[in-house]
Write a protein that binds this ligand. Structure first.
Ligand code: SF4
Length: 250
């Protein structure tokens, strides 16, 4: 089992039961468009013991709705106690041993029509197991990000903003080249190089929107993208479990 450097030491551990690249092929996905921390050609599955006392994040490098049966089976086979799923497809039917499980949905993943800058997946009646929605943010999709924050805040669904980092400058409008350091060169982020804002810039850029919506958070902190300094996923995981319990015990 290879540990994702982003989640290392955070109480979250990644799991990838599928083989091969994610067929969603979302443009500039952190995993598909750079050198991922583990191979596409192999599974990366923590044992029951490795996952003990941790929350398992299903599907680094992939989507939990692709081969969903196999993904759920990996949870069962390894007797994971705490786990959540990740997808950019609006299907929340993740039931393990008769119980609904938390799911994170990326709402503007980049595939048509949910392009990062133009449109997003709308869930009018969010299910109890929608843990939060993730929005891909950059310096030029502020209108869409506002719409996402408003739409989901009205439905009491937390939003986590993840700033885009680009391996290919063709996705960056010319007028933002300086902000993303296109002419200066790529910067190392976790273990790969990207055209990107600094964490401090991300923090400052997102401040206004985070101040307007109490349940909107930044992925990471002003100084680091490491999960151990952030804690959003752990907090929302346990909040979602409470919500599911309340709903199922009604
Ligand atoms: S929101 Fe926080 S805990 Fe979740 S993936 Fe981002 S950095 Fe990690």
């Amino acid at each position: 089992m290879i540990t994702n450097p982003k989640t290392e030491g955070s109480g979250i551990i990644g799991c990838k039961p599928q083989i091969g690249p994610c067929p969603n092929q979302c443009p500039e996905c952190f995993y598909n468009d750079s050198n991922p921390y583990c191979s596409f050609d192999d599974v990366n599955i923590p044992t029951e013991n490795e996952a003990k006392d941790k929350v398992v994040r299903m599907n680094d490098l992939h989507d939990s709705n692709i081969e969903r049966g196999l993904v759920i089976q990996a949870v069962k086979d390894n007797h994971y106690k705490d786990f959540f799923f990740n997808t950019s497809i609006s299907n929340f039917n993740f039931t393990v041993n008769g119980k609904l499980a938390p799911v994170v949905l990326t709402v503007n993943p980049g595939y048509h029509p949910y392009n990062t800058d133009d449109d997003f997946i709308k869930i009018d009646n969010p299910p109890a197991n929608l843990m939060f929605v993730r929005a891909r943010i950059n310096l030029w999709n502020d209108k869409l990000i506002n719409d996402i924050c408003q739409y989901y805040s009205n439905r009491k669904v937390p939003v986590v903003l993840t700033y885009m980092r680009y391996t290919n400058s063709k996705y960056i409008p010319l007028m933002y080249y300086d902000n993303y350091g296109v002419n200066q060169g790529k910067k190392t982020h976790i273990s790969n190089s990207y055209y990107c804002l600094s964490k401090k810039q991300e923090w400052v850029e997102s401040l206004a929107i985070r101040e307007s919506y109490p349940q909107v958070y930044l992925c990471g902190t002003w100084y680091s993208s490491a999960c151990r300094y952030c804690g959003n996923c752990l907090r929302e995981y346990f909040a979602t479990k409470e919500r599911i319990d309340k709903k199922e015990n009604k």
